[in-house]
Design a binder for this molecule. Structure first.
Ligand code: DI6
Ligand code: FE
Length: 403
């Protein structure tokens, strides 16, 4: 099997135990074989036998990092909510908009009305913006179809994007995202329906994980538990939109199901943080939603640090609370709004984002892991956190293949 070598690079391995920040190796080299990393280290330490017959690439002193991982998105949806955004800025309240059929339900209507090809085209545009900034793995949730037919359609679009766009896609079923209009006043019956949908979608290979929106305006902890039981019956991992607008005890519940992650968490308390630490659940912070909704309650970063809960950062790309297709911008906002250090923020879109998806084969540059690598016109990852609007990506490599 032929070997490819990237050399003359500054390599941010993101290995957690490395002495240098970001696991940085100056004048480093990375050798790739069969889509995986065969070796990484200082150029002068590379075993000579790896060089025999290898194809060499000069990184010209640029930065190599693991491919970025956007671990929480609702990328597949129909329409947009730009006119609603404008109405709100002209003084119409969120409740008035919702009563007139707007808000999340307007996206459900637009998503149901869109055929698969249209949804694919609309979602691809957003995906490509993310890929242009170095995303190589993305999680995509359903949750705007809210029926077996339309949830399947959205998850097929997500799968198709993964097959055609040069990115690894993880598909999450979020049937318990909102109550569809035809179930108004019958939330428990809709949860029954979600529990019936799940095995059908899973049988079609459309589900890697199961999520729910546990919130006063969405589903209760008891309803969330039923969805988690259905996931457990199929051996599927769970994650949860928890403690975004209130402390409903969602994180603790999710942790009791060994959740991969709990996401948002602005209202997380001590008990929830302890439970997450014990369960090894990742805290996924979403600064785009915090910013766009003009929230004022910050996620308890000090508490997460104190309990050693791993922190990830993601776009939450969705039409209502975070119409965002820039993970680099989220790096900056995680630092400026949430006061993460650049090292924490960058681990949040690499190593810890992989963990939030239950993926152990990526998120760092280390032997045996997937060769998902981004080459940047930068010196260290803190430049990627610092700049607003600059995209210094030179190239992305997915499983050893230039994209
Ligand atoms: N949390 C949110 O902020 C969004 N969904 C979720 O679970 C809102 C989605 C929307 O308004 O379309
Ligand atoms: Fe979300």
């Amino acid at each position: 099997m032929s070997v490819q070598i990237w050399e003359n690079a500054r390599v941010a391995t993101m290995a957690p135990d490395a002495a240098a920040p970001y696991g940085m190796i100056e004048d480093g080299s990375v050798a790739v074989r069969g889509g995986h990393i065969a070796w990484v280290g200082r150029r002068k330490d590379m075993p000579p036998e790896l060089r025999v017959g290898a194809e060499a690439h000069d990184a010209q002193g640029g930065l190599l990092t693991p491919g970025l991982i956007d671990c929480h998105t609702h990328l597949v949806y129909g329409g947009d909510r730009a006119s609603e955004f404008e109405e709100r800025l002209n003084g119409v309240s969120y409740e008035e908009i919702a009563r007139a059929g707007g808000g999340i339900i307007s996206t459900v209507k637009a998503t149901r009305a869109a055929d698969e090809a249209t949804l694919l085209a609309q979602s691809r545009r957003r995906l490509r913006a993310l890929l242009a900034e170095g995303v190589t793995t993305i999680e995509i949730k359903s949750g705007y179809g809210l029926s077996a037919e339309h949830e399947a359609k959205c998850l097929r679009v997500a799968r198709c994007l993964g097959e055609t766009e040069g990115v690894s896609v993880r598909k999450t079923f979020l049937g318990a995202h909102a109550l569809p209009p035809e179930f108004a006043g019958r939330a428990d019956e809709y949860v029954d329906e979600v529990c019936r949908m799940l095995p059908q979608l899973h049988a079609q290979g459309l589900v890697d994980a199961v999520d729910a929106f546990c919130e006063t305006i969405a589903f209760s902890p008891a309803q969330t538990r039923r969805v988690f039981e259905a996931a457990r019956a199929l051996g599927l991992p769970v994650k949860l939109h928890a403690e975004q607008l209130s402390d409903s005890g969602g994180a603790e519940l999710a942790a009791s199901y060994a959740a991969l992650s709990c996401d948002h968490l602005e209202w997380l308390g001590e008990t929830g943080a302890r439970a997450m630490a014990r369960a090894g659940s990742v805290a996924v912070l979403l600064p785009g939603a915090f910013y766009f909704l003009r929230e004022t309650r910050l996620p308890p970063v000090a508490l997460l640090r104190e309990h050693g809960v791993p922190i990830a950062v993601s776009t939450d790309c969705n039409p209502g609370s975070s119409p965002c297709t820039s993970l680099l911008l989220m790096l900056n906002m995680a630092c400026t709004l949430f006061r993460l250090t650049p090292q924490e923020a960058f681990a949040g879109v690499t190593r810890n984002a992989a963990r939030a998806l239950g993926l152990r084969d990526r998120g760092m540059l280390a032997p045996g892991l997937r060769a998902d690598i981004v080459q940047w016109d930068a010196t260290t990852p803190n430049e990627l956190c610092y700049a607003l609007g600059l995209n210094p990506r030179r190239a992305s490599i997915l499983e050893g293949q230039a994209q």
